[in-house]
Design a binder for this molecule. Structure first.
Ligand code: NAD
Ligand code: IPM
Ligand code: MN
Length: 326
């Protein structure tokens, strides 16, 4: 039996995930859904953001649907999401950016770079170690190349880096070039700062962009500009043995608890989860229902509408079941 963990987390995670979960349950009526409580609220309640048992549960699942967790900038508090990405070795963070006129995907290295976790925090001097390894660069490059081949858009693989200043990026860039060339794929390497602007100006020139951990984090939020905002962007965190699906956005404390968060990023993350389980047709049905809901203008305030989180979720589900019946 398929086992899916449902992690709502904090803030708007608690509002958007129930909408995505309803859709997952519709397509997976026989799956086992296991609710896992973790995050900042859980830390405040119990002193632990994610218990050992919870981590074990996540590892036993076929896939995880994840909302968002609050991570305060406190040196004593380690992000539970980063802990999960490391523990489950979810090295590939796949972040598609899609709208009527845009179709590209950011492949973000998800386990090293500036997120190595190796830090020394002092009063007068604080350091964070940026770790780039050949093995880590190779596996993310291979993932990006296979996506590039699969998408077959005849657009070169773009490598986003900062090798002029961060010499550690020479290893990342060159490893990506070697992997792409070994597969006869055209590749273009670009400095990440110039890339950030160019992708917003000319998104049609891009298909797959591979980059290091923090550059991918920043680039993916910036690309929200191309799709109507953060409420639209889903993501997949994939490893050899585990997978976790989550919106790109965070817990949005500024709008939490008001039933106005856009659930589309969460719903699309559920679609990516189904595709990962081999249910591509079902994933496409979800996207079709999202498109219909958008064209009916049943949208939350971030997209200029006045629908609630629940209205949008229920409409998407209603469209899906209409198709299923017809
Ligand atoms: P955020 O993504 O939570 O919010 C940024 C802005 O986008 C806010 O104005 C918010 O209202 C808006 N927004 C985000 N998602 C939206 C949605 N679905 N619908 C409508 N508007 C939406 O980023 P932040 O404010 O920088 O961070 C808040 C907290 O979330 C922090 O503690 C941060 O560490 C955490 N965070 C968690 C994750 C995660 O768990 N995956 C990701 C990013 C940030
Ligand atoms: C994301 C988030 C996380 C990250 C934070 C909350 C740890 O911003 O998933 O994009 O930086 O990776
Ligand atoms: Mn981010």
């Amino acid at each position: 039996m398929t086992k899916i963990a449902i992690v709502e987390g904090d803030g708007i995670g608690r509002e958007v995930i129930p909408e995505a979960e309803k859709i997952l349950r519709f397509f997976l009526p026989n799956a086992e859904f296991v609710k896992v409580e973790l995050g900042f609220d859980q830390w405040k309640k119990t002193g632990s953001a994610c218990s050992k048992e919870n981590m074990t549960t996540l590892k036993e699942m076929d896939a995880v649907l994840f909302g968002a967790v609050t991570t305060p900038p406190d040196p004593e508090y380690k992000s539970v999401l980063l802990e999960i990405r490391h523990e489950l070795d979810l090295y590939a963070n796949i972040r598609p950016v899609k709208s009527e006129s845009v179709d590209l995907v950011i492949v973000r290295e998800n386990t090293e770079g500036l997120y190595s976790g190796i830090e020394e925090i002092g009063e007068d001097k604080s350091t964070t170690l940026r770790v780039i390894t050949k093995a880590g660069s190779r596996r993310i490059a291979e993932k990006a190349c296979s996506l590039n081949i699969q998408r077959n858009q005849n657009t070169p693989l773009v490598i986003g880096h900062k090798a002029n200043v961060l010499k550690s990026d020479i290893l990342f860039r060159d490893t990506c070039i070697t992997v792409a060339e070994s597969q006869n794929l055209p590749v273009r390497s670009m400095f990440i700062d110039a890339l950030c602007l160019d992708v917003l100006l000319h998104p049609d020139r891009y298909d797959v962009i591979v980059t290091t951990n923090m550059f991918g984090d920043i680039l993916s939020d910036a690309c929200g500009y191309l799709t109507g905002g953060l409420g639209m962007l889903p993501s997949a965190n994939i490893g050899e043995n585990h997978a976790l699906f989550e919106p790109v956005h965070g817990s949005a404390p500024d709008i939490a608890g008001r039933n106005i968060a856009n659930p589309i990023a969460a719903v699309r993350s559920a679609a990516m989860l189904l595709e990962y389980l081999g249910m591509k047709t079902e994933a496409e049905k979800i996207e079709k229902a999202v498109q219909q809901t958008l064209s009916l203008r049943i949208v939350t305030p971030d997209l200029g509408g006045n629908a609630s989180t629940r209205d949008v979720g229920e409409n998407i589900l209603a469209k899906i079941s209409e198709h299923q019946r017809s």
